[in-house]
Every structure is written in structure tokens, then in C-alpha cells.
Design a protein around this ligand. Structure first.
Ligand code: AMP
Length: 579
């Protein structure tokens, strides 16, 4: 085990769970985890007050898995969640944390999907069920003994479940479970209705809440950008284009993310490095030293690795992943504004993390206002300024020193000085994250203020309640299937941020042809000779679809897919350009 997982090691978790944590790269428990895990492991009932982004899922999943009897193949742990998306997300988290445990199976049960596969999976056996209350009740009607062996129950986002009208279903489920069980309730808020449930169904629960001390933040200008998780790399690149930073520190949650993000930045021409607990101390010191001396400009770090980092050159802190609590936010942004200088702190927040953002604002007693993601014009202007900055000092002496070389180059290349200048410019800007063509394709001022993608009003999370919704249309689509085509399309366009190195390709079949994103993905992977990670977002429209494909080698890819048909129709793929 790595030295850096030792925070978890002290918590008495199952060795296989610890091994999985090491594999996913968590460095240390978040505050809610540090408090909740020992109490849940001891078997107490718990009321935890925590919102999304605090690491609450692992706070209950890790101790639950540690107490599981993997050799018994019947449902022992039940997690109830308000929505289908959360069910999938929590089940995926359980699978991740159980990846080193032999024979542990996790089953997600939610509405809007056929019962058949869920019933089949049940028959195959699963120790952990993650369910929405409505669908679980449907299953209970078929088999009232389904929950007879449940020893641990979690109500996740209990306030949301009540808001969505699941009270009656919850009562049915409580009745179907043994009274002698452990119950854990997590909720962002604790209204009277939640307290009543706790009173009735929990036994001497221990209360867990992260106390938020007021923190002061000075001389640091703060702002946030709303993004969806998959857009973060593109958004980071865009911010770096326009923010005039000297040195910058970016914070992410996992060791892997430090490496991925730093690699991505290096590929885009930045002098960047990762800093995490797995990197040997001597090496870490070297990274910090380079940052201090100016031979590195960007460090992507976890909270643990950046502890105590004091480099006056840091003008910007970029919170790429949300911190777990306001205290760590304040610690993070305190890396800038050192030695009496001004600093700037930017925060990328996903729609589900909105509540955490509010908590940060409340505790720091300062707004963290929304900022518009810089549009094409701003990027172009910033690039020009950078080039000017680089070239200006050379303008006087260039003639004396390089005139002869310039003339010789023009002669040998058989070009004029303007062409030579263009060639040198393209060399100087070769590593730019956004090609000029991509910038031109973007409407001025887009992506729009306040976010890289439009937000949904009803729910904090990017999902819908399970009731009354239609069957899922496909996982990789932007499609929410609930509003008109035009507004949705407009919103998608406004929100679109290209993935670096990718372009959008139009496919001549759409929703009306009965295709789903997975059909298109399958065809492109099979016939196009691409790896899964080379195919980006697939967006279905009524009469056509869009897919992100690598720009490099695009002509060959399209050529390979020339004859391919989906739903009996040719794909007719071509590069997509909005006009
Ligand atoms: P949650 O609040 O449960 O929705 O978790 C928010 C995010 O934090 C998820 O993407 C988790 O994978 C991540 N996460 C949870 N605990 C840790 C940890 N101790 N270290 C790093 N990342 C974590």
C-alpha cells in the first residue's frame, strides 16, 4: 500500500477495500469519511448531514462493504436513493470500492428501465442493492421476502426522496426489512419530516456533521464556472488561454487526476507537472522548486500533496475538482495572494455541487460569483497579447541580428517575408489548444455566461426523478428528452466546448431513424478501427447526429466508415461546421 493511503488504513476498513482505495488513488479520507466510517463500522445507526461533493457516498459504502459477508449471496445491504442517475452512480461507486473483493455483486434497481434484466440479476444473487423506492416496491410486490436478509440500510439524500413523494414507498420498504438492522441516513438538510423518520426507524442514531467555522479570505478575487465533469479539460484549457497567470496551482481529488490533467496540459504546450502523495518526497521538492524558480508554470496537485506549499509566484488557484469542505477551499486558495500580492481563485463546479458552493460562500462570508467562460474573441485577443509580449522586445534588434538569416531563408524556401512570418507564427502557436478554425466556428461570445452547459432547474443533479419518465434513450447523449427540439438544440450549441484534438462529425441518421447512441458507437468502433476513448460525445438530433472524433487522421476514419450502415441507412459522415 502506498504511504499516502495510510489515512484510510487507520480506519479499520477491510483489507480488500483498502486495496481498492489505493487503486482509485484517494489519498486520505474526507472529513465526513473520517467521522462516519468508524461509527458505521461499529454498527451504530447514523444521521449524517452532508451534501454531494463531501465524499458521502464512500463514507457509507466503505464501511458497508467492509462488514459484508461476501460468501452469502443474498441482499444484505440496501441503499435507497431518490433518482435513477444517483442509483447508477452509487452502484458504480460500490463496484469500484468492491473491485478487490471476490464475489461481491452490486445491483442497481431503478424505474424507466425494464424489470426483466433486474429480476435476472436478482436471481443471480447480489449482496448490495442500490434502488429507487418506487422500483424497489415493484420488486417487493413480486417477492415480499426480497429484503428479509437486509442487515444494513442507507437512505441517501433522504430529503430529496421525501420531496419526490417517496414517503409511502419508504414505509412499505421499512416494513419489509428485519427490525434488527443498522440504518444510516444521509441528508443535506434535516427538516422535521426527516427527523420524524429518524425517530421512528433509527435506533439511538449518532449525529455526524462537519462543523463549518467561518473563514476569512482576503486579497483573493474569486469566481466560479459551472461545468459538467466531462468538460473540465476543455474548460481548463480555455481558462488558461485568457487568465494572465504567472504560476498556477490546480487542485484535483485523485492522484490519477493529477497525472491525467498535467499530461493533458503538457500535450497542449504548458510547462506543467503533477504533485501527489505517490511521488517521492525528493521529486515533490524538485517540482515545487521548479515552480518557484519559474521553470514550471503549472502544478496539478491533490490537497495532501500541496500542503504547506508556499510559492509567491502563484497568481492563480484553479479548483478543478470541488474541495470537500470550506476549510480546504480556504487552504487551497490561500496558496495564492502570498507575500501581500493579489491572487485569483477560480472554481469549476458541476450543477450537483451547487449546494457546496453555497456552503463555501456562507462560511467564507463572500460571494464566489459566476463568470462566463471566455468566448472566441477573448481567446483570440489573449493570444495576440501573448504574441505581442513575446515579440515586442525583439522588434528593435531583430533586423540587426537576423536580417541576413531571414533573407537566406526566404531565398531557399522561395517565399516572401510575409509567408516566412506566417510560417514562424504557425510554429510559435503550434501547441495551442484551440485551432483558429475551431474558434471561428464558434459564435462570438460563446460559450455563454454562467456555464459551459445549460443547467436544469428542477433538480440540483443532472437527472430526473424516476416517476413518470420515459425509458432511457441512451447513455452518451446530451438528450434530456423532455423539452422541445429547438431550445434544447440551442442550449447544446451554446454550451458546446470542443474536446481538444477532436472535431465534430455529422452523421446522416438521427433519432427519427430509431438509432441510439450505442448503435452509432458500436458501428464507429467496429468499422472505424477506433478505440473507445477516441470517440467523444454523441448527440442525437431528430434527423441527424453529431459525434466527436479525433481530428488527426479524420479523413481515413471517414473513409473506413464510408460503407457503414446503421438502422439500414448509410451514415453519410462529414465534418460538421455550424454556419
Ligand atoms: P460524493 O460526495 O460521494 O458524491 O463524492 C464526490 C466525489 O469525490 C466522487 O467523485 C468521489 O469519487 C470523490 N471522492 C470521495 N472520497 C474521496 C477521497 N477520500 N479522495 C478523493 N476523492 C474522493
Amino acid at each position: 500500500m502506498s504511504e499516502s493511503t495510510s489515512g484510510f488504513a487507520a480506519l479499520n476498513l477491510h483489507a480488500d477495500v483498502l486495496a481498492a482505495l489505493n487503486a482509485v488513488g484517494y489519498e486520505e479520507p474526507s472529513p465526513i469519511q473520517a467521522q462516519a466510517i468508524p461509527v458505521i463500522l461499529e454498527g451504530h445507526d447514523v444521521i449524517g448531514q452532508a451534501q454531494t461533493g463531501t465524499g458521502k457516498t464512500a463514507a457509507f459504502a466503505l464501511p458497508l462493504l467492509s462488514r459484508l459477508n461476501a460468501s452469502a449471496n443474498t441482499p444484505q445491504a440496501l441503499v435507497l436513493v431518490p433518482t435513477r442517475e444517483l442509483a447508477i452512480q452509487v452502484a458504480t461507486a460500490f463496484e469500484k470500492y468492491a473491485s478487490k473483493m471476490r464475489g461481491v455483486k452490486v445491483l442497481a434497481m431503478y424505474g424507466g428501465a425494464p424489470m426483466g434484466p433486474q429480476l435476472k440479476a436478482l436471481r443471480m444473487g447480489a449482496q448490495v442493492i442500490v434502488a429507487t423506492p418506487g422500483r424497489l416496491c415493484d420488486h417487493l410486490r413480486r417477492d415480499s421476502s426480497l429484503l428479509n436478509g437486509v442487515q444494513q440500510l442507507v437512505l441517501d439524500e433522504a430529503d430529496e426522496m421525501l420531496k419526490l413523494g417517496f414517503m409511502d414507498d419508504l414505509e412499505v420498504i421499512f416494513q419489509a426489512m428485519p427490525a434488527a438492522r443498522q440504518s444510516v441516513l444521509f441528508s443535506a438538510t434535516l427538516p422535521a419530516s426527516i427527523k420524524a423518520i429518524a425517530e421512528k426507524h433509527l435506533k439511538q442514531p449518532k449525529h455526524i456533521k462537519i462543523a463549518a467555522k467561518t473563514q476569512t479570505v482576503s486579497r483573493i478575487e474569486q469566481a466560479h464556472v459551472m461545468v459538467h465533469a466531462d468538460q473540465k479539460p476543455a474548460v481548463v484549457l480555455r481558462l488558461l488561454e485568457v487568465e494572465a497567470f504567472d504560476a498556477l496551482i490546480g487542485f484535483v481529488r485523485t492522484k490519477q487526476a493529477t497525472v491525467d490533467m498535467a499530461d493533458m496540459l503538457i500535450k497542449n504546450g504548458y510547462r506543467a507537472a503533477a504533485l501527489n502523495g505517490d511521488i517521492a518526497q525528493a521529486m515533490r521538492e524538485q517540482v515545487v522548486d521548479k515552480l518557484r524558480k519559474g521553470s514550471l508554470d503549472i502544478v496539478i496537485a491533490t490537497d495532501v500533496a500541496a500542503r504547506g506549499l508556499d510559492v509567491p509566484r502563484i497568481t492563480h488557484v484553479l479548483n478543478i475538482d470541488m474541495p470537500y469542505d470550506p476549510e480546504s477551499y480556504v487552504h487551497r486558495i490561500g496558496r495564492t495572494g502570498r507575500a501581500g500580492r493579489d491572487g485569483r481563485a477560480l472554481l469549476l463546479a458541476t450543477p450537483r455541487e451547487r449546494r457546496m458552493l453555497q456552503v463555501i460562500e456562507r462560511v467564507t462570508n463572500q460571494p464566489v460569483p459566476a463568470m462566463a467562460l471566455p468566448g472566441a474573441d477573448a481567446v483570440r485577443e489573449a493570444r495576440l497579447l501573448r504574441l505581442l509580449e513575446q515579440l515586442q522586445p525583439l522588434s528593435e534588434k531583430a533586423e540587426d541580428h537576423r536580417g541576413a538569416v531571414r533573407d537566406e531563408l526566404c531565398k531557399r524556401l522561395q517565399c516572401d517575408t510575409a509567408t516566412l512570418a506566417a510560417m514562424l507564427l504557425s510554429r510559435m502557436t503550434a501547441n495551442q489548444a484551440f485551432t483558429d478554425a475551431e474558434l471561428k466556428a464558434e459564435q462570438p461570445g460563446q460559450p455563454q455566461a454562467g456555464g459551459a452547459r445549460p443547467e436544469r432547474k428542477r433538480n440540483d443533479r443532472n437527472d430526473r426523478p424516476e416517476r413518470g419518465e420515459r425509458a432511457p434513450r441512451g447513455e452518451r447523449s446530451n438528450d434530456r428528452g423532455e423539452r422541445g427540439e429547438r431550445p434544447r438544440r440551442q442550449r447544446e450549441e451554446e454550451a458546446y466546448v470542443p474536446t481538444p484534438g477532436s472535431v465534430r462529425v455529422r452523421i446522416g441518421v438521427g433519432r427519427r431513424d430509431g438509432v441510439q447512441p450505442k448503435n452509432l458507437l458500436g458501428a464507429i468502433l467496429n468499422e472505424g478501427g477506433l478505440g473507445k476513448d477516441q470517440v467523444g460525445r454523441i448527440t442525437l438530433r431528430d434527423t441527424f447526429s453529431l459525434v466527436e472524433l479525433p481530428e488527426q487522421g479524420l479523413a481515413q476514419i471517414l473513409d473506413r466508415l464510408k460503407e457503414t450502415r446503421v438502422a439500414g441507412k448509410p451514415l453519410k459522415m462529414r465534418r460538421y461546421r455550424e454556419d
